[in-house]
Design a binder for this molecule. Structure first.
Ligand code: SAH
Ligand code: SF4
Length: 387
């Protein structure tokens, strides 16, 4: 008999299970506390559960994390974790340390069905949705892997060569800042972005369940919703539904063009939901007083990177509390696009800044290890090979 995986259940579902298994709801709360709050997955170690009941549970359930098949450190301090799931499928998560934060980029699907023409994941098609357990499992496993790191010595010699400095031109004038140090031992993921493989809102039920566990301060992981960002290709019905969940997480919208004509060429989804419909849903998304909607804009040479395009973006976002992240295109083999030269990116940013819109250039992390935005594709069945 295959055992139930407890990871991915809501704490309230663990309480129900405990009752079904002849114990009190309190025992369910203890299970949730061990797994989510303490990160303990071994039932044997759950010392305050009665021994016989522990054995009873162990016959029926496990708390299993996805297996980390490979961990690749990047020269910029980020780390790509490749998970092998139970059915052999592979997905990745990327740990990105930055100014005292540790951000984890999570995958929500194996592949993606939306076929954006600049995205490597999009070339795979959709294989399947991840379960809430597989999404949460990436985080629990990443936290565990951080715990196991013992200072710089364990990071593949990164302490010795920290890679090229990053250009940080958030203030329009490029400034050079040192590459980030890898996370300290015992650190924990502080921020979570749903920007890995897949379209989060196309796996809605698992996404919302994951978000509930992440933000449950009593029996879940207790992350502030403001430290969680869900990125979408622009699924209007999903954005509206998410707005009604009262989860208060940040919304990031992949914009990438300011006209329907260009956007439809880059993103087939624009034929189902055009910019008018998308902006309508964005304006209705509930925001806390200082919260903003993030817009991602991949910079593609000669396609969407002119100052006219920037002016069109500024017009489109008029009246929206917005922050724009410009993502210089990350290359992959056979890609039909190129990254624009830096002066073009800065000119584009300049127009938006002049229009009063907070705009940063986000240099993706982990480009050297195939972990940057849009570079994720883990080949199924071929150990050790990734895009
Ligand atoms: N499916 C969701 C979330 C995952 S992609 C979405 O599309 O929003 C995270 C971000 O990386 C998206 O904004 C996506 O458009 C962008 N991206 C995809 N391929 C890229 C590439 N090759 N270079 C730079 N950004 C890319
Ligand atoms: Fe899917 Fe997002 Fe890639 Fe588009 S950019 S193909 S929605 S993962």
């Amino acid at each position: 008999m295959s055992r139930l995986n407890l990871i991915g259940l809501l704490p309230s579902e663990m309480e129900d299970l405990a009752v079904e298994w002849g114990a009190s709801r309190y025992r369910g709360r203890q299970l949730a506390t061990w797994i989510y709050r303490k990160g303990v997955c071994d039932l044997e170690s759950m010392s305050d559960l009665p021994k016989e009941w522990r054995a009873f549970v162990a016959e029926r359930a496990i708390a299993a994390l996805p297996e980390i098949e490979r961990e690749t450190p990047s020269q910029d301090g980020s780390r790509k974790l490749v998970f092998r799931l139970e059915d052999g499928a592979r997905v990745s998560a990327v740990l990105m340390p930055d100014d005292g934060r540790i951000t984890l980029c999570l995958s929500t699907q194996v592949g993606c069905g939306y076929g954006c023409t600049f995205c490597l994941t999009g070339t795979m098609g959709l294989e399947r949705n991840l379960t809430a357990g597989e999404i949460l499992g990436q985080l629990l496993a990443a936290n565990r892997s951080l715990k196991g790191l013992e200072g710089l010595g364990d990071l593949g010699g990164l302490g010795g060569h920290l890679g090229a400095p990053q250009v940080d031109n958030a203030a329009h004038q490029p400034t050079i800042r040192p590459p980030q140090l890898p996370p300290e031992a015992g650190a924990r993921v502080t921020h979570i972005v749903f920007m890995g493989m897949g379209e989060p809102l196309a796996n809605y039920a698992a996404l919302v369940k994951t978000l509930r566990v992440l933000t449950d301060a009593r029996l879940g992981l207790g992350y502030s919703p403001r430290r969680i960002t869900v990125s979408t290709v622009g699924l209007v019905s999903g954005i509206e539904r998410l707005g009604r969940e009262n989860l208060r997480v940040n919304l990031a919208v992949s914009l990438h063009a300011a006209t329907d004509e260009v956007r439809a060429r880059l993103m087939p989804v624009n034929r189902s939901w055009n910019l008018g419909a998308l902006m309508g849903a964005v304006k209705r998304y509930p925001l806390a007083p200082r919260q903003r909607v993030f817009f991602e804009y991949v910079m593609l040479d000669g396609v969407n990177d002119g100052t006219d395009d920037a002016r069109a973006v500024a017009r489109l976002l008029r009246g929206v509390r917005a922050k724009i992240n410009l993502i210089p295109f990350n290359d992959w083999e056979g890609a039909p696009f190129r990254r624009p030269p830096l002066p073009r990116i800065l000119a584009f940013q300049g127009v938006l800044l002049d229009a009063g819109i907070t705009t940063t250039v986000r240099w993706s992390k982990g480009e050297d290890i195939g972990a940057a935005c849009g570079q994720l594709r883990e080949l199924v069945g071929t150990a050790g090979v990734s895009a």
